[in-house]
Design a protein around this ligand. Structure first.
Ligand code: FMN
Length: 304
């Protein structure tokens, strides 16, 4: 792996800046290993809570124009059960970030402690899931609640805290600022965009939950704008996520201000080869343009 690609995010050393996004192939040690073998620089697990959750009935996932629409309902085995998988994944050789959610700040902190005891290298707080009540975006739409959750988790564990934000707010910058003031070590932007689709034959919404979250190429310009705005106002690394499927997309996010990127939906559309093609493409771009490291292009479009 080229040394041009190495990055350090909140003290975590990554061989390359292309990470797995939460919720796609992040549910077991075995699938995480496949993603690492495919070339990811770090992995984020599926979001875990204190108790197991079944998630919503089907349909939970549907393909729409330029992306996927999902309302999975955060199905997961619970952080206790996942402990063994985390242990297994500790041998992955790349940083493992455990994504967590809770229904109160205390619950977030409890899940954080269990995940860290099991071996998480960092935590990503999911305050942005758009389709589960009383958690996710219902927290992430209030800067006060975000600050409370970050503060509580920060005081409970001694690992880097990434905070994953929702674009479904009037001003994502004020939420990012509140998260950083409360102690966030990095911001991940963005989670899915609230959306829906309706079957014209049955005249009913297709997702069982009716409303879900849109991901994939359709949301990329929204995510780029969020990264650009956040980067201008906070001093911690921003991790870009939303619609990345080529090296050009990844470089665009970096020019907007992302220190690293995450990939989700593109794996469903193009397979795990996307990690190799994106990292190799970034490296070739850096080489061709005469840059010595990824860090040199972060935020280049964002300086005035
Ligand atoms: C099927 C599916 C499940 C997801 N589950 C989670 C999750 O558990 N936690 C989370 O923070 N984000 C979750 N996401 C959101 C992704 O991590 C990512 O933020 C979003 O899909 C945008 O990136 P992409 O366009 O590369 O997929 C999920 C997305 C999809 C498509």
């Amino acid at each position: 792996m080229s040394s041009r690609l190495a990055v350090e995010i909140a003290g975590l050393k990554l061989g390359n800046p292309v990470m797995l996004a939460s919720g796609i192939l992040g549910s077991s040690g075995m699938t995480l290993k496949r993603v690492v073998d495919a070339g990811a620089g770090a992995v984020v697990t599926k979001s875990l809570g204190l108790e197991p959750r079944e998630g919503y009935p089907n349909p939970t996932l549907v393909q729409v124009e330029c992306g996927l629409l999902n309302a999975m309902g955060l199905p997961n085995p619970g952080v206790h059960c996942f402990g063994e998988e985390i242990m297994e994944a500790k041998e992955l050789g790349v940083p493992m970030i455990v994504s967590i959610y809770g229904f109160s700040s205390g619950e977030f902190a409890d899940v954080a402690e269990i995940a860290v005891d099991a071996g998480a290298n960092a935590l990503e707080l999911n305050v942005s899931c758009p389709h589960v009540e009383k958690t996710g975006a219902e927290v992430g739409q209030s800067k006060e609640l975000v600050a409370e959750v970050v503060n509580k988790v920060k005081n409970s564990v001694n690992k880097p805290i990434f905070v994953k934000l929702t674009p479904n707010v009037a001003d994502i910058v004020e939420v990012a600022e509140a998260a950083v003031e409360a102690g966030a070590d990095a911001i991940t932007a963005i989670n899915t965009v609230r959306a829906m689709t309706i079957d014209v034959e049955t005249k009913t919404p297709i997702l069982a939950n009716k409303i879900g979250g849109l991901s994939g190429p359709a949301i990329k310009p929204i995510a780029v704008r969020c990264v650009y705005e956040i980067r201008r106002s906070v001093d911690v690394p921003v991790i870009g996520c939303g619609g990345i499927s080529t090296w050009r997309d990844a470089v665009e996010f970096m020019l907007a201000g992302a220190s690293a990127v995450q990939i989700g939906t593109a794996i469903a559309f193009s397979g795990l080869g996307v990690f190799k093609s994106v990292t190799e493409g970034i490296d070739a771009y850096l080489k061709e343009k005469g840059f010595r490291s990824v860090g040199e292009i972060v935020g280049l479009s964002n300086r005035d």
